[in-house]
Design a protein around this ligand. Structure first.
Ligand code: KDG
Ligand code: MG
Length: 404
C-alpha cells in the first residue's frame, strides 16, 4: 500500500484551522490537525514544501518509521512549526491504520483504561460574580472540573476573559496585527485568591477548580500564589511561569503543595524531561497537534507515568476537532490520564469537522468508528477562506514587553 495523495486544507469557520488529509492508493483517507495559532501558514508551507513531496509513495502503515524520517531526517529538529507538521502526518497515519484494522484508534493503543475522559470547561467573567455565574452554568451542564478566570481590578483586559458574555469559546487571536494588553502582577496577585475563596464558598469541596496564570509570574511570585491558593484545593495551577528554564520550577515546588500543570506550548519530550524526571510538575499539558502526534505524545506520557505525573492535555478551541478526537483516543487508553481541557467549538467549526466523540455527564467519549472518527467536509471548508489573526502582545504598565 502507498500514500497516493496528501493535501493541506486551510479553513476559517470562525477561526483558522490547518488540516492534512492523506489518501492511500486503496482510497483510504486519514486526517491530522496542523493548526498553530497565529502561525497557521508557516505550518501549511512546511507541509506543502517539505513534507508532502517525501510522503508520496511511502507505506502509510509505517508510522514510527515515518515519524523518525520526518524528525531525524529534517536535520533541524524540534520547534512548533516542524512538530505540528509531523503531528499532522502522524495523526493521519493512525487514522488510516485504525480504518485498515477496522478498529477505533484507542484499541490499537491498548484499549480503554477507563470508562470516560474527565474534561474541564472554562468559566470566566469580568467580575467575580459573573465568573461564579459561569461556574454555575458549567455545573449545570454536568462538568466536574472548571477553570476559573476573571478580570483584574485596574486592568482593562485580562487573559481568559471573553468580551462576549455567554460565549462558550474564548478566542484570543483577535486581529491581524497583534492587539496589546497591559499587565500588573501586583494587582493580579492581590485579586486571584479572592476568586477562589468565593468559588469554594459557593460550590463546595466537590467541584475540581483550576486556574491558568498564562506564563506571567516569576518562580517566587508563583510560589506565593500557590501557597495562598492552598486553602481552596485547586486541581492545578497552570503555566505559573514561562517554562524554558525547567529548573525554575524547583523554587516553586519548595514553597507550595498546589499542584502544577505545564506544557501546552511544548513540542517534544525534551521540553519537559527535567520537569518530569525531577517531579517538578503534576500534570503535563502537551497534546497531539503541538507535540509530534499520537506517537510522540504517548512517549511523553509514558515517561511521565514513571514519575507520578499525569496527563492534562491542552484543548483550547485553536486545536481543531481532529486534534480533540485524537487526544481522546490517547486519554482513554493511557494509565496516567489526569484531565482533558475541553473548550467547545462553534457550530460552524463542528459542521466543517464532523465527529463522533460526545460529551455526557462531565466526560468525553471517543468515537467507536474505525480510525479517529473525525473528518473534514472539504466543500464546506472551502466556503471559509483564511483570515490573518494573531495572539495579543502583553506589556507591563511602564511599557515593558511581558509574557502574554
Ligand atoms: O493559542 C493559545 C491558546 O491555546 C491558549 O492561550 C489557551 O492557555 C490556553 C489554555 O489553557 O487553553
Ligand atoms: Mg493555558
Amino acid at each position: 500500500m502507498k500514500i497516493a495523495d496528501a493535501k493541506v486544507i486551510v479553513t476559517c469557520p470562525g477561526r483558522n484551522f490547518v488540516t492534512l488529509k492523506i489518501v492511500t492508493d486503496e482510497g483510504i483517507s486519514g486526517v491530522g490537525d496542523a493548526t498553530l495559532n497565529g502561525r497557521e501558514l508557516a505550518v501549511a508551507a512546511y507541509l506543502n514544501d517539505h513534507v508532502i513531496p517525501v510522503l508520496l509513495g511511502r507505506d502509510p502503515t509505517r508510522i514510527e518509521d515515518t515519524w523518525q524520517y520526518l524528525y531525524r531526517g529534517a536535520y533541524w529538529r524540534r520547534g512548533p512549526v516542524t512538530m505540528s507538521a509531523i503531528a499532522a502526518v502522524d495523526t493521519a497515519l493512525w487514522d488510516i491504520k485504525g480504518k485498515l484494522a477496522g478498529l477505533p484508534v484507542y484499541q490499537l493503543l491498548g484499549g480503554r483504561a477507563r470508562d470516560g475522559v474527565t474534561v474541564y470547561g472554562h468559566a470566566n467573567g469580568e467580575t467575580v460574580d459573573e465568573a461564579m455565574a459561569e461556574v454555575a452554568r458549567y455545573v449545570e451542564l454536568g462538568y466536574r472540573a472548571v477553570r476559573v478566570q476573571t478580570g483584574v481590578p485596574g486592568l482593562a483586559t485580562t487573559y481568559g476573559v471573553t468580551r462576549e458574555r455567554g460565549a462558550l469559546a474564548y478566542e484570543p487571536a483577535d486581529s491581524a496585527i497583534p492587539s496589546e494588553s497591559v499587565w500588573s502582577t501586583r494587582r493580579y496577585l492581590a485579586h486571584v485568591p479572592t476568586v477562589f475563596a468565593s468559588a469554594r464558598a459557593e460550590f463546595g469541596p466537590d467541584i475540581q477548580l483550576l486556574h491558568d496564570v498564562h506564563h506571567r509570574l516569576t518562580p517566587i511570585e508563583a510560589a506565593r500564589l500557590g501557597r495562598e491558593l492552598e486553602p481552596y484545593g485547586l486541581t492545578w495551577l497552570e503555566d505559573p511561569v514561562p517554562a524554558e528554564l525547567q529548573e525554575g520550577f524547583r523554587l516553586i515546588r519548595q514553597h507550595t503543595t498546589t499542584p502544577l500543570a505545564v506544557g501546552e506550548v511544548f513540542n517534544t519530550i525534551w521540553d519537559c524531561h527535567q520537569l518530569i524526571t525531577e517531579q517538578l510538575i503534576d500534570y503535563i499539558r502537551t497534546t497531539v497537534v503541538h507535540a509530534g502526534g499520537i506517537t510522540h505524545l504517548r512517549r511523553i506520557f509514558d515517561l511521565a507515568s514513571l514519575y507520578h505525573v499525569r496527563s492534562g492535555s491542552h484543548g483550547a478551541t485553536d486545536l481543531s476537532p481532529v486534534c480533540m478526537a485524537a487526544a481522546l483516543h490517547v486519554d482513554i487508553a493511557i494509565p496516567n490520564f489526569g484531565l482533558q481541557e475541553y473548550m467547545r467549538h462553534t457550530p460552524e467549526t463542528d459542521a466543517v469537522f464532523p465527529h463522533g466523540y460526545r460529551f455526557a455527564d462531565g466526560y468525553l467519549y471517543p468515537s467507536d468508528e474505525p480510525g479517529l472518527g473525525v473528518d473534514i467536509d472539504e466543500e464546506l471548508a472551502a466556503l471559509y477562506p483564511y483570515r490573518p489573526a494573531s495572539l495579543p502582545v502583553n506589556r507591563l504598565e511602564d511599557g515593558t514587553v511581558h509574557n502574554w
